[in-house]
Each structure stands twice: as C-alpha cells, then as structure tokens.
Design a protein around this ligand. Structure first.
Ligand SMILES: [Zn+2]
Length: 391
C-alpha cells in the first residue's frame, strides 16, 4: 500500500469505531466546560491507539494526545471540539468534529514515523461559551505548532472563512443616589448610561463595513423615586480584525468619558467575557485542502468565505500558527445551525461520509506538508507575512 492508501484505508476501515464515538456524544451531550465524560471517552480512545494523553490539559475539560516520532520534523495539531448546546444537544455538530479529529490523528499516526515530527490531537472544549482555544492559545499551546487543522460540519463543503473579532466590554456608571424630588443632590448613573447608549449607536455610521456594535442596559436603577446611583451596560464590539474591534471600543470609551463628565458621573470598563480574535486565513493551506477535497470527489467546495458572520475561538489559534478550519456538508441548506436537525445529521449516512471525507481531506493535507517541506515553508511564510501586516 502507498502512504496515501494507508491514510485513506485507516479512516474507512475504522469508521464504525468513529461513528460509535459520535453516537455516544450525541446521546450524552455536555455543554462547554462540563464535558468531563466526553473528554474521558476521547482520551480513552486515543490511549487505546497509542497516543500519550493528558486529561484536564490547560482547562478542566481540555486534553492532549501526543505522538512524538523522536525525529526532527514539524509539529502538526489536529483540533477536536466536543461541547454541546443547551436544549439542542450537538446542534452544532461538534461530536462529528471530535470524530474527524480522532480519525485524522489515528491515520496520520500510522504514517508520520516515515517523516519525523510530532503529532498532537488537541481537545479544545467550550467553543460555544467560554472559548477553550483562547485559554489554550494564551497558555502557549500553539506557539510551537507548525500547522493547526480542523473541519466543521454544516450545510456546505468549503475551505473555511473569516470570523469576526469580538471584544466584550462592560460599562459601569457611578452617580449619586438622591430622593427624586431632591435631584440637585444626586447624579444619575442612568442618564449617563442612556446618553452613552445613544452616542455609541451614532458611532455605527462611522464604522467600517462588516462591523457590529450591539449592547444592552443591564442595570438602570431600582425605583422611580430614587435617582439611580448605579447603572451598567454590556456590549459586543465585533469587527473584521481584533485591532479594529479594539479601535472601535476605544472610540466608544472616549464618547462615554465625555458623557460622564457632562453628567457628573464616573465610570469604569471591564472585559466581561472572553475576547475572540478574528480568523486569519492561510490561503496556501486552503488551496491544499481544496486540492485534496477535489481528489476525494468532494463536490461544490466553496472558496474562502471572505465575509465574516459570527465569531469563533479558532481565531485565537489562527493568530499563533497557520490554521485552517474547513467545512464538510452533512445536510441540506434547509437545516439551520444550532438545531436538533443538525444534531441528527451527524448520525445520518451523510454525517458518516462527511466524517470520512473530512478526515481524509485533513490527512492528505498533512501528508502534503510532511512530504514537501517546501510547501510547509510556503504556508509558514504566508503566516509570517500576514501577521506582519496585522501588526
Ligand atoms: Zn460549531
């Protein structure tokens, strides 16, 4: 058998075992940071096929599967997500992502000794709520990684796309309580919050395309006959790059500072959730995956989606090393994301063939990089160039 045939066969021959994992996760969905049983399931599997494993890696439900050839070569990281959603279980199909990651890891492990280097299967939990990849990136997990890869299921085949950077900022306003019939003794935190809300809305007109600023007033006082001494607002500043999201945030903070001065109120800001970086595209990696998908007969493969919609913690990884998050079709366009129908699709025949094609596509991409160091060098040079431009 050629190396390529070994990779493809490894995935096809063990598909029942992978689908069994997918089914167990489907039947026992665990939401972000609570995926203890799922972590155990995946770690046990990786153990059984010869990976050195660490549970509770960096975050309580994170894990690492490692296979070191002991010979010089690149470090390749395959990422697994496995958190579910409340109510709809695996409505984002992360159980299938884990199956794809494990299948890719096992296949590449069978051939990597011939080249050298190190293979990591990284269990990155809590994509939906806490951003496991952000904590892991901050801890340096991806600093020495040459390439990080994964595939997300959905209603289209593709080689990935951008995601928005997200800067979550809380504004707190501190005024002075007073009897509402003695307003001269008080300072209204609520007035400052309301004016800030309006002024931040006005900022939107002057923001670059594809930016989203959305907020809510969380606290606005307790009783109509008391001048509110405390108010607060929570905002998301989303933009095509984290740099621009922070620039917009700074404009809003300046506006709020002026308003607070006008109202005799003080304020402070804090980051109330995990900030997400945008996803940096590596076009060379996207080209390789497109080529491999074509070889495998995967149809209608969409090019890089240049317009971001949501945000994902994959962004954090993409600022540390060349990263790709491809897509695999497991259902028609009538099935929305975050639905029970999407969860069901992970167990369907299309889900199963999606797992095979995605894992094969990733494995062949990795093989290309192992066989051709000059191609890997191109991928890394593109990453360095893009990072230099982003500053
Ligand atoms: Zn998802």
């Amino acid at each position: 058998m050629t190396i390529k045939e070994t990779l493809l066969a490894s995935i096809e021959n063990k598909i029942d075992a992978y689908m069994e994992l997918v089914k167990i996760m489907y039947d026992n969905p665990e939401i972000g940071n609570e995926e203890f049983e799922t972590m155990k399931l995946l770690v046990n599997y990786l153990d059984s096929v010869g990976f050195k494993t660490t549970s509770g890696y960096i975050v309580p439900t994170g894990f690492l599967g490692e296979y070191d050839t002991g010979k010089p070569g690149p470090t390749i990281a395959v990422m697994c997500e496995y958190d579910a959603l409340p109510e709809v279980g695996h409505g984002c199909g992360h159980n299938l992502i884990a199956g794809i990651g494990v299948a890719t890891g096992e296949a590449v492990k069978a051939i990597i000794d011939q080249f050298g280097g190190k293979l990591l299967v990284v269990g990155t939990p809590a994509e939906e709520n806490f951003g496991g990849k952000v904590s892991m990136s901050e801890a340096g997990v991806f600093d020495d990684v040459d390439v990080a890869l994964m595939v997300h299921p959905g209603s289209q085949n593709g080689v990935g796309g951008r995601s928005n950077a997200l800067n979550p900022i809380k504004f707190e306003f501190f005024g002075k309580n007073a009897h509402a019939c003695d307003p001269a003794s008080g300072a209204s935190a609520l007035d400052a919050a309301v004016m800030s809300y309006l002024q931040i809305n006005l900022l939107r007109q002057f923001a670059a395309p594809h930016t989203y600023i959305h907020g809510v007033i969380k606290d606005g006082g307790e009783a109509a006959n008391v001048i509110p001494g405390y108010a607060s607002m929570e905002y998301y500043f989303r933009a095509p790059t984290i740099g621009y999201a922070k620039e917009l945030t700074e404009k809003a903070v300046q506006a709020v500072a002026g308003i607070c001065q006008a109202n005799g109120v003080t304020f402070k800001t804090s980051t109330y959730e995990c900030p997400y970086e945008d996803t940096v595209i590596n076009y060379k990696l996207a080209d390789i995956l497109a080529e491999k998908y074509a070889e495998l007969g995967v149809e209608d493969v969409q090019p890089v989606d240049e317009v971001a919609s949501g945000s994902t913690d994959v962004g954090a990884v993409s600022y540390r090393c060349p990263t790709i998050q491809g897509n695999i079709k497991i259902c028609g366009p009538e099935v929305g994301g975050h639905t029970k129908e999407m969860a069901a699709a992970t167990l369907s025949p299309e889900g199963q063939s999606g797992l095979i094609k995605a894992a094969q596509g990733l494995s062949l991409t990795i093989l290309e990089l192992l066989e051709h160091p000059e191609v890997l060098a191109e991928v890394k040079a593109e990453f360095d160039e893009t990072m230099a431009k982003l500053g």
